[in-house]
Design a protein around this ligand. Structure first.
Ligand SMILES: [Zn+2]
Length: 585
């Protein structure tokens, strides 16, 4: 039970939270000795009796002095060495910290904050990642993780992105005694600068008295604080991933660390939201590994099935999203004309690979941007071809038209896709080539069903799993504006402006038999927000931003998840679901 820490916001593994000390601390935060009491290492005491008698709590009140974070004494050991003995637990009336050895955790004692022992001595990125992921797997998600003596302005973005909530200025202060000057770009000897790149008050002093250690401390700490403030804003604006991809470029070690972290797909996927308010910038090689990208591609191949069609039209993406709104796609639409009912459209793009027309409004298909120079590198080509093969294995067509140009056309051609290649383009000749190829291919082919109904089916399958569309749209349905209704006019679902689906209670009842995306609650009728302690069970695959069905003995309803399903189950604080409709039963 965490009484003194709450996660308020998430952006992937990065979190914003509140540590409720006398003066509450908003995390991620830099903490110092004024925020905690810590008797230190068991070896600093004369005897075991003294260790056991040492308690950060006051004898009289049984409470820690001034509601500081009370960190229990610990037994030190080297990073990969098991500590020789364990200390008994202390019950504390107040915020409690517990030091754990990242590579030797059995069952950590209950605490609000976990302190990673030896964090400052971790040099290898593999160790850092496995330490944090290992610790996170053992401690409840609604507890804070403190990594002492590790943070610098250059690595802070990565640490916060990795899931660390609390850091300190120990490292940058210690470095001042060796004349080391920190910036977001890394650390250098102060003596090596011809001109200081910072204009802070401390640097103005350093410019005239370069030996002034206090001024160097002031500068180093200020840079750490500035970086932290920037990162908090990034988490708030849901743009931390873009920032981390950019920031890790300052050293090969940090870039390697991000690449290694991206291999920990399970850890990242379990924390990746369904939707971000920000534009996904695919500016780097690492963008190809982002969970949002692989999740989208995976769902297109696994959950989505294309409407039955004889003809497939392959089109390139456009800078403007959704593609339909772009100039090039409006031209394509004119060239396709009335044949639209006789073919299915698939857009080829990097890094998402394949975007079926029905899913073009879904995140991140409608929310990404990528530097386009017409060049497709080997990795992008391989990824696209792999996805295309899997797609064509599942969805069969008799004819394929590829209106692609340049290296994209070359990639698809060289991969051996059997298609009519029209050379792409949007000028008059190009578009008439497209029209002719379509007329030719669509002769005597089957007519497709209502495109708008197909879009609801595809989006429902995308969000709730294969088969959801058929359940939601069973029987006679009609589309009215952005809503899909039963024949009698009763709403089933609505397409939201961010491309996801909002269910009505009737729609939710139709999906309920799938037993997916369900949050089970206790014997009560929730109002406004559903808090984590009220959740008795939740579908493991729920992610922040998902539309979920709430089911309990007294209530049935719909809401938007604020945390992942596994987190709802293990958390004792925080909003699990924002309710939208709730019905007493
Ligand atoms: Zn400065």
């Amino acid at each position: 039970m965490t009484r003194y820490f709450e996660v308020l916001r998430r952006d992937g593994p990065a979190r914003q939270g509140k540590l409720m000390l006398d003066v509450p601390i908003s995390t991620p935060a830099i903490i110092s000795e004024k925020d905690y009491s810590f008797p230190g290492s068991a070896y600093d005491f004369g005897s075991m009796e003294e260790v056991l008698a040492s308690s950060p709590i006051s004898e009289k009140t049984k409470k820690p002095a001034a509601e500081k974070l009370a960190i229990l004494p610990y037994v030190p050991s080297a990073l990969h060495v098991e500590p020789p003995f364990d200390l008994p637990d202390h019950e504390i009336e107040g915020p409690k910290g517990f030091v754990l050895h990242p590579f030797y955790i059995e069952k950590p004692k209950k605490a609000d904050v976990y302190v990673m022992a030896g964090a400052g001595s971790i040099r290898n990125p593999r160790d850092l990642i496995s330490a944090v992921i290992g610790v996170r797997a053992k401690i409840p998600s609604d507890t804070a993780l403190y990594a002492p003596a590790l943070a610098t302005p250059a690595n802070l973005a990565f640490l916060i992105y990795l899931g660390i909530d609390l850091i300190d200025a120990t490292r940058v202060i210690a470095d001042t005694y060796f004349g080391r000057y920190h910036t977001r770009d890394g650390v250098k000897a102060l003596a090596d600068f011809d001109e200081l790149p910072c204009r802070c008050q401390h640097c103005q002093r350093l410019a005239v008295e370069s030996e002034n250690t206090q001024a160097l401390v002031g500068h180093n700490v200020q840079k750490l604080e500035e970086e932290l403030a920037l990162l908090r804003e990034m988490v708030r604006k849901e743009t931390i991933r873009e920032y981390v991809e950019r920031q890790v470029r300052v050293t090969p070690e940090l870039t390697a660390a991000l690449r290694l972290l991206d291999q920990e797909h399970k850890y990242l996927e379990a924390r990746a939201p369904q939707y971000r308010r920000s534009i996904l910038y695919a500016n780097t090689a690492e963008s190809l590994c982002r969970v949002e990208v692989t999740r989208f591609a995976h769902r297109v191949l696994e959950r989505y099935s294309a409407p039955k069609s004889d003809v497939l039209l392959l089109l390139p993406c456009s800078a403007r999203k959704p593609y339909s709104k772009s100039r090039s796609h409006r031209f394509f639409a004119l060239a396709i004309g009335s044949h639209r009912r006789y073919l299915h459209e698939l857009i080829l793009t990097s890094p998402l690979a394949l975007v079926p027309r029905e899913l073009e409004e879904v995140y991140p298909a409608a929310n990404y941007d990528v530097p386009v120079i017409g060049h497709w590198d080997l990795e992008e080509r391989a990824w696209l071809c792999r996805c295309l093969d899997a797609y064509l294995k599942k969805n069969k067509y008799t004819k394929i038209i590829a209106h692609l140009e340049g290296e994209l056309e070359q990639t698809v051609k060289e991969h051996g896709i059997d298609a009519a290649f029209t050379g792409g383009g949007t000028n008059e000749t190009a578009l008439s080539r497209l029209s002719e190829a379509i007329q030719d291919a669509c002769q005597g082919t089957m007519r497709l069903g209502d495109k708008r109904v197909a879009q609801y089916k595809a989006v429902a399958d995308y969000y709730f799993g294969s088969g959801a569309g058929d359940l939601l749209l069973a029987g006679k349905v009609k589309v009215k504006g952005r809503e899909i209704q039963e024949e009698n006019g009763k709403a089933l679902a609505m397409m939201t402006p961010n491309g996801s689906i909002a269910l009505s209670l009737t729609g939710a009842r139709r999906l309920e038999p799938m037993e997916k995306y369900i949050v089970t609650i206790g014997d009560f009728l929730p109002k406004g927000s559903l808090l984590a302690p009220g959740v008795t069970d939740a579908d493991e695959q729920i992610r922040p931003g998902d539309e979920v069905i709430i089911r309990g003995e007294k209530a049935f309803g719909i809401g938007r998840a604020k945390m992942s399903g596994w987190e709802m189950v293990e958390s004792t604080r925080g909003v699990a679901v924002e309710l939208k409709h709730i019905q007493e039963i």
